[in-house]
Design a protein around this ligand. Structure first.
Ligand code: SAH
Ligand code: MG
Length: 217
């Protein structure tokens, strides 16, 4: 099956640094395997050290697609010094800011995915404003604050082609389980808009499909 990662592919994904539990990573790969190649490339927002890209990349290759990975590599709010998800060795001391790009690059190299996974280094809303290509799959796992989540929803989801997939990470309907912005400002509005319908849920991963055929937005 297309989404069945080889043992080696799976090992690379599991060993990569980052925030993607194995069951959710497999669900992400399985969703990617159902994407319609004719609808366009795949794109993820929020790559960190490349872990989720290790789940999607091999599937994209088997479909004849590529995966664009948008990240400024300076970390989200929650990754900064003093915050919950900070990892000190990811700071570039020369500029005193986080820099996950070298780690991302190493991960993708080691996983043998350099021919199919391409980094776009920059601010997600800015890249989105200049993005004009329809997507067969959009995976949103970027900044989890209210404003970043809202902007990723507003600016990226119109790029999902009709029939394409919108996958969202860290969706927590119960506030006791985690931060709310991906649920409140991406998942809920997507369903409310009537443009998307839910296909599956695994842990905090939600797979939606674009059902409307409105090419104006
Ligand atoms: N998908 C990753 C985890 C992503 S963590 C994994 O599987 O491990 C969230 C990422 O979003 C961080 O790397 C951070 O740099 C990025 N990010 C947050 N806000 C951003 C913005 N405005 N533009 C680009 N990237 C952003
Ligand atoms: Mg996440």
């Amino acid at each position: 099956m297309l989404h069945r990662l080889t043992d080696q592919e799976l090992r690379h994904a599991e060993e990569a640094r980052g925030f993607m539990p194995p069951d959710e990573g497999l669900a992400l790969a399985a969703a990617a395997a159902t994407a319609e190649p004719r609808l366009g490339p795949m794109l993820e927002v929020g790559s960190y050290c490349g872990k989720s890209a290790c789940y999607v990349g091999p599937v994209a290759r088997r479909l004849g697609l590529v995966l664009y990975c948008v990240d400024h590599h300076r970390g989200s709010e929650e990754n900064q010094v003093g915050w919950e998800w900070h990892e000190p060795d990811l700071v570039d001391s020369a500029v005193d800011r986080m820099d996950t790009l070298p780690f991302f690059r190493r991960t993708i190299h080691d996983a043998g995915l350099e021919d199919v996974v391409f980094a776009i280094v920059g601010d997600s809303p800015t890249v989105a404003r200049h993005w004009t290509t329809g997507l067969s799959l959009l995976f949103i796992d970027g900044g989890h604050g209210e404003e970043p989540a809202r902007l990723d929803y507003q600016l990226w989801t119109p790029a999902v082609a009709p029939g394409g997939l919108l996958v969202i990470h860290d969706v927590f309907p119960d506030p006791a389980d985690g931060g709310r912005p991906p649920y409140e400002h991406i998942y809920r509005p997507a369903l409310r808009s009537g443009r998307f319908t839910e296909v599956s849920a695994t842990g905090s991963l939600r797979v939606l499909q674009r059902v409307d055929d409105d090419s104006r937005d």
